[in-house]
Structures are given as structure tokens and as C-alpha cells.
Design a binder for this molecule. Structure first.
Ligand code: C2E
Ligand code: CA
Ligand code: CA
Length: 548
């Protein structure tokens, strides 16, 4: 056998070819199999049919361009899977008729790496579960399968840990990761082998439940998951108890394509969160606010997840001594794209979509924690005032979430004020009275917000367990020049005195307004004159430091 001028030690395969791609000389080592006679055989027959065109192009270019050409192809090995090789082909100098040398290197590891990369890009490194990318792909496949085989459908289920941030804060990130891994491990055991469990976010998991197309079946799985999560998790030698919220949507009933199906499962999940977590919900078309701004609404959903909601605090001072007495917590939404949105815009939408229940609970917890912190720093004679929306006020879980926020933070109930607008209270005064009594019984204080705009019935005002009337800004604006407003303010102040209530005047912007209010015995003032709403850090710097 003739030899060819390559470095056989370096190449895994080397042959000489004629113009038609027939092997004229085969050099050792024969990478294919020892006995195979290669001379006289077409190189095209040795490679995967899908790669033949690449080879032919390279041969042609090597001839005409007289430069080395490279391509990657699969060499066929008898009885084994094809081997990926990196081929280099060049014309032998001065050969006539033209002859070529082809050498090849085994690069199958490249492809192994590639599949490793594709594994990594489709799986979550922490839990080894499919990630969001793969999950989305599986949803698409599941839809196609149902359609092709005329099956009944499947369920898409989302699961989010309740209060994971708190757990994460107390466990630290490593402990938090351990918990996520433990949750993932437990979730895997709960569904069938053929179902998909994916981790699609920090503490968010998603399932595809094949063949599950009736609400009752969804319920069975959801309950199984909920109760499995109730068992404690052992992390770092300690037991941890968690709960989860689950939202489900069924294909095709609740969405015919992946995006809407996912969105609807997500809405159901948020609805479970709004109910206080530790429960499951299935999508219901009523979740869709009929005339709501859907894009803003979904931006709000995202915003909640991304922590775009903040609380500002506006100081409330004693009108006479100027001493700081408390602060109203005011929600802010800072979105990277939308910028800062006024609560006057997003609160009504949150209210109509039901998101307010979730946001409201968050505000309560945040505000109580913040106030407790300031108490701990020595400002014990300080209260925080939290707005309660109409929907929140009527929601069954309000009392529980207030108690929860107080217990969790350790803030004394008497340092929490709830602001409820006059309008809400007067809609159904009997019922409102009953709710207020319950709230009052747990020790919190109640303020009527925007007082003067809601036509209060004096009979009820007398009965309600109130502490504060907040006079609406519109009555303060034209003080002390507008006679009518002077009369109203005077009447409200004497009414409050008669009922034993304190009064906060809102929207005080000028000294003469302040002087007038103080002279008429208004207890407290809130407004731009003395302080605009500020972040907690600014609030501490500007208002608490002066109070020491
Ligand atoms: P509100 O409860 O009447 O809150 C007082 C509003 O008056 C706040 O507007 C405050 O920034 C503004 N304000 C205070 N002093 C002055 C002043 O001297 N001049 C002027 N021009 N404005 C003053 P903001 O923060 O834009 O909030 C608007 C409304 O959004 C609030 O009215 C309240 O109804 C609602 N809101 C804000 N945060 C929350 C919340 O956490 N939950 C609920 N349910 N509603 C909230
Ligand atoms: Ca208010
Ligand atoms: Ca107000």
C-alpha cells in the first residue's frame, strides 16, 4: 500500500482522492474498520447522505480556488453511530490529472459539548428540571399532540411558593436554594413520568398534566400537591413549613395557544395568592376585567413579581407643636419602561382586576414592618396609616391579613391606622359598622379618609368606632379665603370634638392654611408644606432625625 503525505499520527483518517472523489490511496490509520478496502470507493459512500453536498462543494472549491477547504461531516462506521469529523481537503501541488488529500479529525466531543450546552440551556442548573424555554416548547408540543391524535386536552398548572422571600431572607441564599431543590424533588414524585415539571422562575414551577382535561381531575392533582407541600422540609437540620399557590388552565377550554393558556393559568395563580395563598384556583373568564387596560394590567402583574411597587411615607404633624405624629403609606409603581405611574391611575385598575387585594396585603405588611423598625429606633410614639380600598374592605380575609401583618412585624396594633373612605363606609353602613367593629376589636385605629366628600350620615358616624377624620384636600385648598370652606371646616372640627375624634387636614400647602387650621383647633396636618411623600430612607433622614 502506498503512503500519503500527511501526519498519520495527527489525523484520524487520511485518503487521497481523484477528481471524481474516488479514493486512490488510503493511509493508515484506517478509522473506519481495519478490513475495509477503501481504494476505489467513492468518498461520498463513506459519509452521511446529508453531508454529501458539503463534500462535493469542498472538492470543487479545492480544485478551482486551489486552497484548502474545510467542512464537517459524519463518517459512517459499520455497526456504530456515525462519527463527526472535521475534514480538510486540498489539491496536491502540480498533480495532473488533479488529485486531492483529505484528512479528517474526530470531533465527536464538539457535538457532545454542543448537546451538553443545549441541555444546560434548556434545564435549570439548580434542580435539573426543564426551564421556561423547554417548558414553553413542551406546551407547544402538547398542543400539537392533542390536535394530531384528537385527544381531549391537558392542564397547564403554575405553582408559586408563598412568602418565599421571607424564607430566603431567614435561610440565606444557600438555604433558599436547598429549599427550592427539596421542593423540586418532591414535586417530581407527584406527577406521572410522562408529565412535565419545570422550574420557570426563582420560586415558580410549572406542570403539564397530560390527559387532564376536567376541572375535577385538576383539583385532584392540585390538592395532592398542596398537601405534599404541607409536610415540613428539612434544611440545615431544621424543619421548614411552606405553602404554595397554584393556578391552572385547561387546553383548549381556557386558551387555544400557549401564550393565552399560560397567561390564564397565571391569572388563576394570582387569584389564589389574593385569597391568601395555600390554595389552588382554576382559570375563570371572570378574571378578565371586561374593559380593563389589559396591557397595564399585565405590566402590573409583572411589576409585582419584579418588585416594582414601593411605599412612600408622607409625614403627619401636630398642627400646633409641629411634632411628627405619624405617616401615611402611599403606594408607588416604578416600571423601567412606563416610568412612575400615579396611584390615581393604577389603583382603580388594581381594584377592578382584583390585584388590589394582593397589593393591599403587601402594603400592610411593608408599612407595619417599617413602622416597627422606626419604633425600634426610638420613635415609639409614631403611627402608620394605611389606605384600605373598597374591595379590600369587603374582602373576607382583611382582618386576617391585618392580624398577620401585626404579628409578623411586632408592631403594636394601636400604632396602625386604617384609612377607609367615607364613600365606602356609607355604601352599606350596617355592614360597614360590623366590619369596623371587628377591626377595632383587634386594637387598630380607623380614620375616615376624604371626609366631606361622601355625605356621611351623622347617625352612623356616631356609631362607628372611629379615631380620626381626614378632611379632604378640596376643603383645605381655599382656606382661609373661601367663606364656605371656612364654615365647613369649622363645622367638621366641632363635630369631631363632639364625637371625640382627632382631625387630620390633608393637602396643606401654605402657611396661612396651617395657621388657620391650628387656630381653629385642628389637631393634625398633612401636606406639601410640611412634607411630601418620601421613600423610607428619605423619610428617616428628613423627618425622623429632626424628631429626636
Ligand atoms: P389619598 O388617600 O387621599 O392620599 C393623599 C394624596 O394626596 C396622595 O396622593 C398625596 O401624595 C397627596 N397629597 C398629600 N399632600 C398634598 C399636598 O399638599 N398637595 C397635593 N397636591 N397633594 C398632596 P397620591 O400618593 O398620588 O395618592 C393618590 C391616591 O391613591 C390616594 O389618595 C389613595 O386614594 C390612593 N392610594 C395611594 N396609596 C394607596 C394604597 O397603598 N392603597 C390604596 N388602596 N390606595 C392608595
Ligand atoms: Ca389616604
Ligand atoms: Ca385622602
Amino acid at each position: 500500500m502506498k503512503t500519503i503525505e500527511t501526519h498519520p499520527g495527527l489525523a484520524d483518517f487520511a485518503v487521497r482522492l481523484n477528481l471524481r472523489g474516488i479514493i486512490t490511496v488510503a493511509g493508515p490509520p484506517s478509522f473506519l474498520d481495519e478490513e475495509r478496502e477503501l481504494e476505489g470507493e467513492s468518498f461520498s459512500n463513506l459519509i452521511h447522505p446529508g453531508d454529501v453536498a458539503k463534500f462535493e462543494r469542498a472538492l470543487e472549491s479545492a480544485l478551482f480556488l486551489e486552497r484548502k477547504q474545510s467542512f464537517i461531516c459524519r463518517l459512517l462506521k459499520k455497526g456504530a453511530i456515525p462519527v463527526w469529523v472535521d475534514c480538510h481537503i486540498m489539491r496536491l501541488p502540480d498533480s495532473a490529472p488533479p488529485e486531492f488529500t483529505l484528512i479528517a479529525f474526530d470531533v465527536s466531543h464538539w457535538h457532545e459539548d454542543e448537546s451538553k450546552i443545549s441541555y444546560l440551556s434548556t434545564h435549570d442548573a439548580l434542580t435539573d428540571l426543564p426551564n421556561r424555554l423547554l417548558f414553553n416548547d413542551r406546551v407547544t408540543v402538547a398542543i400539537a399532540t392533542v390536535q394530531r391524535h384528537n385527544q381531549s386536552g391537558f392542564a397547564l398548572q403554575l405553582l408559586d411558593l408563598d412568602g418565599f422571600k421571607k424564607v430566603n431572607d431567614s435561610l440565606g441564599h444557600i438555604g433558599g436554594d436547598e429549599l427550592i431543590k427539596a421542593v423540586a424533588g418532591r414535586l417530581k414524585t407527584l406527577v406521572r413520568e410522562s408529565d412535565t415539571v419545570a422550574r420557570i422562575g426563582g420560586d415558580e414551577f410549572a406542570f403539564i398534566l397530560g390527559g387532564v382535561s376536567a376541572e375535577r381531575e385538576v383539583e385532584i392533582v392540585a390538592r395532592k400537591i398542596l398537601s405534599a407541600m404541607h409536610r415540613p422540609f428539612r434544611i440545615d437540620g431544621k424543619s421548614f413549613y411552606i405553602s404554595v399557590s397554584i393556578g391552572s388552565a385547561i387546553y383548549p377550554e381556557h386558551g387555544k395557544e400557549p401564550v393565552s393558556l399560560f397567561k390564564h393559568a397565571e391569572m388563576a395563580m394570582y387569584s389564589a395568592k389574593e385569597l391568601g395563598g395555600n390554595c389552588w384556583r382554576i382559570y375563570d373568564s371572570r378574571f378578565n376585567p371586561e374593559n380593563g387596560d389589559v396591557s397595564m394590567e399585565s405590566a402590573m402583574h409583572e411589576g409585582i413579581k419584579n418588585g416594582e411597587f414601593l411605599l412612600n411615607y408622607q409625614p403627619i404633624f401636630c398642627a400646633i407643636t409641629g411634632k411628627l405624629k405619624g405617616a401615611e403609606a402611599l403606594m408607588r409603581w416604578e416600571n423601567p419602561e412606563r416610568g412612575s405611574t400615579s396611584p390615581a391611575l393604577f389603583i382603580p385598575l388594581a381594584e377592578s382586576s382584583g390585584l388590589i387585594e394582593l397589593l393591599g396585603r403587601w402594603v400592610l405588611r411593608m408599612a407595619c414592618h417599617q413602622a416597627k423598625q422606626w419604633h425600634a429606633e426610638g420613635h415609639t410614639d409614631f403611627y402608620v396609616s394605611v389606605n384600605v380600598s373598597p374591595r379590600q374592605f369587603r374582602q373576607a380575609g382583611l382582618l386576617a391579613s391585618i392580624k398577620g401583618a401585626l404579628e409578623e412585624s411586632g408592631l403594636p396594633p394601636s400604632s396602625l391606622m386604617l384609612e377607609i373612605t367615607e364613600g365606602i363606609l356609607m355604601q352599606d353602613p350596617e355592614k360597614s359598622g360590623a366590619i369596623l367593629n371587628e377591626l377595632r376589636a383587634c386594637g387598630v385605629k380607623i380614620a375616615i379618609d376624604d371626609f366631606g366628600t361622601g355625605y356621611s350620615s351623622l347617625a352612623y358616624l356616631k356609631k362607628f368606632p372611629l379615631s380620626v377624620l381626614k378632611i379632604d384636600k378640596s376643603f383645605v385648598d381655599e382656606l382661609p379665603h373661601c367663606e364656605e370652606d371656612v364654615a365647613i371646616i369649622s363645622a367638621v372640627l366641632s363635630l369631631a370634638r363632639g364625637l371625640g375624634l382627632s382631625v387630620v387636614a390633608e393637602g396643606v400647602e401654605f402657611n396661612e392654611q396651617l395657621d388657620f387650621l391650628a387656630s381653629r383647633g385642628c389637631d393634625l396636618v398633612q401636606g406639601y408644606l410640611k412634607g411630601k411623600p418620601a421613600s423610607s430612607a428619605q423619610f428617616k433622614e428628613k423627618f425622623l432625625k429632626n424628631d429626636e
